[in-house]
Design a protein. Structure first.
Lengths: 99, 486
């Protein structure tokens, strides 16, 4: 189940992580080794086994739909790299500009 | 006895009775930290001025209020992945450099309300991903027993701070052994409660179905004391248990009534000869007390590491998507939003974190989800069932906490898979959600050896009781000499 460099580039794009061209070979090797180790799981018959999504079978708790006090805009923006007009500033979503 | 040598329980009871002031305690702790911390490097942030203010506030309380505080004046260190308003919270990552949370984690506010004084935030592997604290973006933490060796991880700073007697107790978080493994390497007690016992609100999420906060301490009573304060239902954490917590009985353990299981699968490859010998000595001492020690079978343990290193990175890849340079933390320049995301995350995350994000993203991606993530979750069911069957016949399961002793810096950091394999005894408790505690069992060649005790789900009461009984049977003999200690 080893990965190709193309697959690693695809996964990096999904994860929003820029990989330097020089690092791709090493990353591919590291991930390949770990995934090789995972192939041992194929030896286990899990045909009739339910997956464990949570160890305690809790029902998702519900609460009243009521307005509660929450962070002020000032507190929420305190750590923002680019607070603008009481909002989080980001670069353009389409390419070709920086604001 | 010096104040820094005292247990949390003793400090609290003396402060409650005004035999010791919280201020006096904090002054000596500050002096201790100043003298010892340069050799250890346990803390990423210290705020001793704030700690002194908190201590004075406790001393100034009316005695009726102070007498009700279970942790009156107790200095506590908190792992740097738990939100604190008075200090930065970075999870030892560059991507959160300088971040100061706008709220306290539930565990932090519970500590404060109990009268504890938060002295600082401890070093860790970045986002709790690692077993040596070498993956911190900021600094190395040295093992107080041998400064050429790692303290373990990922709660390495908390374990080292407690072993170096800079604080009596600290909080850690445990996703695959991150409390128990450093506790073992540093010769302290480290306790991971049942999943859901302790609120995760304000804990920077690594793998949400596995993460659990717990104490590190120099004895089981102090670990229980912290557990009592931090455990309990919290409406801010949807996975928080509504079940009443039970505390250990104060009585001695009558070993003749204790059935201890030792997994036959755990004695295999990679177990250090010194650790193996110590396990045999521990078993014979328990048997000499009348305990019945029997072999139990946990056949799916051999798949635990593979399952864990799919489940944990998969959940991490989702949790860490929030670090995108928009709302907080580091932002790298980029011509558009996508480029900003990719640059921010490439520059802000360390190598191990990136490796796990890629692994987890792959395990969840189209065409691979069933083969990896779902398969691993099914193996998890089999591991849970192994434990359920074993606990039908025994009260507690005993293993070494780690297959080896504290290793030298750099010894394993070049080989990710090798580092992962050292979690072999600890990850099963997280996959099954059960409580587990590591207690020291002396030294081997000058380095601490830890024994791990596993209990059934919500079986903390009996687990802590047995662990305390073992502590009496195998007491720790002193702490490492540091910074001019005689």
């Amino acid at each position: 189940m080893a990965l190709s460099e193309e697959q690693v580039k695809h996964v990096a794009r999904l994860a929003r992580l820029r990989l330097e061209t020089g690092d791709i070979a090493q990353v591919t090797r590291d991930l390949g080794r770990v995934l090789d180790y995972m192939t041992q799981l194929n030896a286990v018959d899990t045909e009739n086994v339910e997956p464990t999504m949570h160890v305690i079978g809790l029902a998702m708790p519900l609460r009243e739909d009521r307005v509660e006090p929450s962070l002020t805009a000032e507190a929420a923006l305190k750590n923002a790299p680019d607070p603008r007009d009481n909002m989080f500033g980001v670069p353009r979503i389409m390419d070709g500009g920086d604001s | 006895m010096r104040i820094y040598e005292m247990t949390a329980g003793d400090i609290a009871s003396k402060v409650r009775r005004k035999e010791l002031s919280a201020t006096e305690c904090m002054e000596e702790i500050a002096e201790r930290i100043g003298r010892v911390e340069p050799f250890v490097g346990a803390f990423l942030h210290l705020n001793l001025d704030e700690a002194m203010r908190q201590a004075r506030a406790i001393d100034n309380l009316p005695s009726g209020e102070r007498e009700r505080l279970p942790l009156a004046g107790v200095p506590v260190a908190v792992k740097d992945n738990m939100a604190t308003q008075t200090m930065p919270t970075t999870a030892a990552s560059k991507i959160l450099e300088g971040f100061v949370a706008p709220y306290d984690a539930t565990v932090v506010s519970r500590l404060r309300h109990a009268g504890a004084v938060i002295v600082g935030k401890t070093n860790m592997d970045e986002f709790a991903m690692g077993s040596s604290t070498e993956h911190s973006a900021y600094q190395l933490t040295r093992n107080p027993w041998d400064q050429d060796r790692v303290p373990g991880g990922s709660s390495g700073g908390s374990a080292a701070a407690v072993a170096a007697q800079m604080v009596p107790v600290a909080l850690g978080s445990d996703t695959g052994g991150s409390i128990r493994q450093p506790a073992s390497y540093c010769g302290v007690t480290g306790f991971k409660p049942t999943y859901g016992r302790v609120s995760r609100y304000g804990l920077i999420a690594f793998a949400s179905s596995l993460d659990q906060i717990g104490p590190l301490a120099r004895n089981v009573d102090d670990a229980s004391l912290i557990y009592e304060v931090i455990a309990g239902y919290d409406p801010l954490d949807a996975s928080s248990l509504r079940v009443e917590k039970a505390l250990p009985k104060a009585t001695d353990v009558s070993w003749a009534n204790v059935r201890i299981g030792v997994p036959k699968q755990y004695g295999s490859s990679g177990l250090d000869a010194g650790v193996q010998a110590r396990l045999a000595e521990v078993i014979s001492r328990l048997e000499s007390q009348g305990a019945s020690v029997v072999e139990v079978s946990l056949p799916h343990t051999e798949y635990a590491i593979a399952a864990y290193y799919l489940v944990a990175p998969a959940e991490a890849s989702s949790n860490l998507s929030r670090f995108d340079g928009v709302r907080y933390g580091y932002r790298a320049p980029g011509a558009d939003l996508l480029e900003m995301y990719e640059n921010t995350r490439a520059q802000g995350f360390g190598e191990e974190v990136k490796r796990r994000i890629l692994l987890g993203t792959h395990a969840l991606s189209a065409g691979y989800y069933d083969a990896y993530y779902l398969k691993a979750q099914k193996i998890r069911t089999l591991i849970r069932q192994d434990f359920e069957q074993a606990f039908a016949a025994v009260d507690v399961i005993l293993t070494p906490t780690t297959p080896d002793l504290a290793f030298r810096f750099g010894e394993k950091s070049q080989d990710p898979l090798q580092m992962y394999l050292s979690d072999v005894y600890t990850v099963t408790a997280n996959l099954a959600g059960i409580p587990a505690i590591s207690t020291p069992a002396g030294l081997a060649g000058g380095l601490p050896v830890g024994m791990q005790w596993l209990g059934p789900i919500m079986g903390e009461e009996s687990l802590l009781h047995i662990a305390r009984g073992f502590e009496k049977l195998w007491p720790s003999e002193g702490w490492p000499a540091l910074g001019g200690d005689a």
